[in-house]
Design a protein around this ligand. Structure first.
Ligand SMILES: NC(=O)c1ccc[n+]([C@@H]2O[C@H](COP(=O)([O-])OP(=O)(O)OC[C@H]3O[C@@H](n4cnc5c(N)ncnc54)[C@H](OP(=O)(O)O)[C@@H]3O)[C@@H](O)[C@H]2O)c1
Length: 245
């Protein structure tokens, strides 16, 4: 697939706040959800390892998190609701979002993006990795999951991010002695600035690696992390960092 230059949509300005305030309330005493100035309303599609890790980390920074799920009346949805999250069907979730995180198997991208409906002007973060069941690259060299998202959601502002480290690190980035790296890629500078801030909020050093086409490099980078964790037995408590001299 080729990347569409139509992805670079310049949308409305989004205010970035300066710091991450832990446990900022987003619900009034009478249960009315209230938007905090400068905080993002983030819709997370996929409530597995990555979705729940980032949902928890961002909520601790005061962001307003909704989970978009396949079965809003199922047990998993009830558990999420019990943990204080708002849960909606995928088809109903996107319209109020500032940012949408795709944290699903890459093979589901087409189904999920179609279900989300119009994504015009939305910032869409693609955290997926196109891997085979035996943990090898399923795409590469001349294509990527990030570009696939760009093609499927042509009016969205797609940013590749949160794919190059383990889910566990996403809630524990601040535990490292060096800031772990969060490389991002995308064609829309403003969308990348928003996503970089979301990475920095939870303890990463965000680095802009270039256009969305750089997903072709960021996705194999995830496989290095996975191979180090599993084949080389480093476990999941390592992360990449950028050092300078
Ligand atoms: N695990 C990691 O450490 C890690 C790190 C970076 C990136 N990634 C990438 O991030 C993505 C998610 O990984 P994960 O480990 O979080 O996976 P996971 O634990 O298996 O969770 C996947 C989630 O996607 C949902 N889902 C699947 N198909 C869907 C559909 N058609 N519509 C809506 N939701 C759907 C599942 O819903 P149900 O709950 O209904 O089954 C589940 O909640 C993958 O592409 C992976 O390669 C993973």
């Amino acid at each position: 697939m080729v990347i569409s230059s139509g992805n670079a949509v310049t949308g409305r300005a989004i205010v970035l706040r300066a710091t991450c305030h832990a446990h900022t309330s987003i619900t009034t005493p009478n249960g009315v959800r209230k938007r905090n100035e400068g905080y993002m309303k983030i819709v997370i599609v996929g409530s597995g390892n990555v979705g729940q890790a980032l949902g928890s980390a961002w909520r601790n920074c005061g962001h307003d998190i909704d989970f978009a799920v396949r079965d809003p009346t199922g047990e998993k949805a009830k558990r999420l609701t019990g943990n204080g999250y708002h849960v909606a069907a995928v088809a109903d979730a996107a319209q109020q979002a500032d940012v949408i995180l795709l944290a699903v198997p890459w093979t589901e991208l087409s189904t999920v993006i179609e279900s989300l409906g119009t994504l015009a002007g939305k910032i869409v973060i693609d955290a997926t990795n196109p891997l085979t069941p035996d943990l090898e690259m399923a795409l590469g060299f001349d294509d990527s999951a990030g570009e696939t998202v760009g093609l499927l959601a042509q009016d969205a502002r797609v940013v590749k991010a949160f794919n190059t480290t383990g889910a566990d690190n996403m809630t524990k980035a601040k535990d490292f002695s060096f800031k772990p790296l969060m490389p991002i890629a995308g064609d829309d500078m403003q969308a990348k600035a928003v996503v970089a801030k979301l990475a920095e909020d939870i303890g990463f050093e965000a680095i802009d690696t270039g256009p969305l086409k750089m997903s072709r490099c960021l996705e194999p980078m995830a496989l290095i992390w996975i191979k180090l964790a599993l084949a080389q037995k480093l476990g999941t408590q390592h992360a990449f960092a950028l050092v300078r001299r």
